[in-house]
Write a protein that binds this ligand. Structure first.
Ligand SMILES: Nc1ncnc2c1ncn2[C@@H]1O[C@H](COP(=O)(O)OP(=O)(O)O)[C@@H](O)[C@H]1O
Ligand SMILES: [Mg+2]
Length: 331
């Protein structure tokens, strides 16, 4: 079932219905010292999808991406990208993927333009097409006016765009992005999201790892929630949310000991599923919707708290993660 490198891309564009372009079977990584980073992972990603690996630090996201991109050798199991076995044919696998790693790997001794051009050459493009692809890509990523700039002159957001531009220059079947917006300011994050949405509309398959649930929710068609090297749940964001017992998240701000308030609310409100303190707010997950609001206010009042603000929200992926693991994504 090997695909020609470009075939996966050509066939894509229909979310979910495309050819399988990533497949893993019992994929496992044990690091020296016996650290089980990825535990018998079975995964299938289809052409045209933006697929998200969502999980906290240490969940095994980077190791999973590392094995799929040939940087990390699996301990057991198998994996294919665009039909190519990553262990048996790593050189071929590298031709069909584009990688944006967690930290910058731009060449600081080259200009912006040269970073793209030499990447194209390295991937076997003739000089003329590498030049054309570089010019086009800089235009598309709104970096054309920076062509002659040094890498060090770029802002964090621009450097990140350049990394993505470089990763897709050779038209890979799959683009891998590891925590692409970690450390970016909100504006650069939005700019990158826009670019990913554009790439998606051109049919690009993307595997994205993140610990930001908003990012997974905004961008990804399907999301695998990972923890301790395993996939705990896999579905669309909407599908994942339907699995949790709570249908509503009520957020309450009040003076005083919020841990105490969280405990009081869990005990006093019918339909309370979970309550936890996030920064200066209590997040109360309930089954029963907004009609529970008066009861929540009364319960807080009875417990001696004065509520300064209250809001009703849909459950988030955070709620899903908590219901699966009993802990916060942030922890
Ligand atoms: N090179 C390595 N050597 C040993 N342990 C590692 C190495 N890389 C990652 N780990 C461990 O493997 C687990 C998964 O890490 P990682 O794949 O980086 O997770 P994530 O990207 O989700 O934060 C963690 O426990 C981490 O400490
Ligand atoms: Mg990581």
């Amino acid at each position: 079932m090997r695909l020609q490198p470009d075939e996966a891309v050509r066939r894509s564009g229909n979310e979910g219905g495309g050819e399988e372009v990533i497949r893993t079977q019992g994929l496992t990584k044990v690091y020296p010292g016996g650290i089980l980073a990825v535990d018998r992972l079975d995964l299938s990603v289809r052409a045209g999808e933006i697929f998200g690996l969502l999980g906290p630090n240490g969940a095994g996201k980077t190791t999973t991406a590392g094995m799929l991109t040939t940087r990390v050798l699996p301990t057991a199991g198998r994996a294919w990208v665009a039909g190519v076995d990553v262990v048996a044919e790593p050189a071929l696998a590298k031709q069909v993927i584009g990688v944006v790693p967690q930290t910058s790997t731009l060449d600081r001794s080259l200009t912006v333009w040269e970073n793209l051009y030499y990447h194209g050459r390295y991937f076997g493009m003739p000089a003329k097409s590498a030049r054309a692809a570089t010019d086009d890509t800089l235009e598309r990523f709104r970096l054309a006016d920076r062509a002659k700039a040094e890498v060090l002159e770029l802002s964090g957001g621009m450097a990140q765009r350049l990394m993505v531009a470089r990763a897709i220059l050779h038209r890979p079947s799959i683009l891998f992005l590891d925590e692409p917006t970690a450390g970016l300011d909100p504006q650069s994050r939005l700019a990158l999201w826009e670019i990913l949405a554009e790439l998606h509309s051109d049919g690009q398959t993307v595997l994205l790892s993140t610990h930001y649930m908003e990012e997974a929710e905004q961008l990804c068609h399907r999301i695998a929630i990972m923890d301790h090297g395993q996939i705990l749940a896999l579905d669309t964001a909407a599908g994942l949310k339907q699995t949790v017992a709570a249908d509503t998240e009520i957020r309450i701000q009040a003076e005083g000991d919020l841990d105490d308030l969280a405990r009081e609310l869990t005990g006093r409100v019918d339909g309370a599923v979970d309550a936890r303190v996030v920064e200066d707010t209590v997040h109360l997950s309930v089954r029963g919707g907004r009609r529970l609001l008066p009861q929540v206010l009364a319960a807080a009042d009875d417990a001696g708290f004065q509520v300064s603000d209250i809001s009703v929200n849909e459950p988030t992926l955070e709620t899903v993660f908590i219901s699966l693991t009993g802990k916060d994504l942030r922890e």
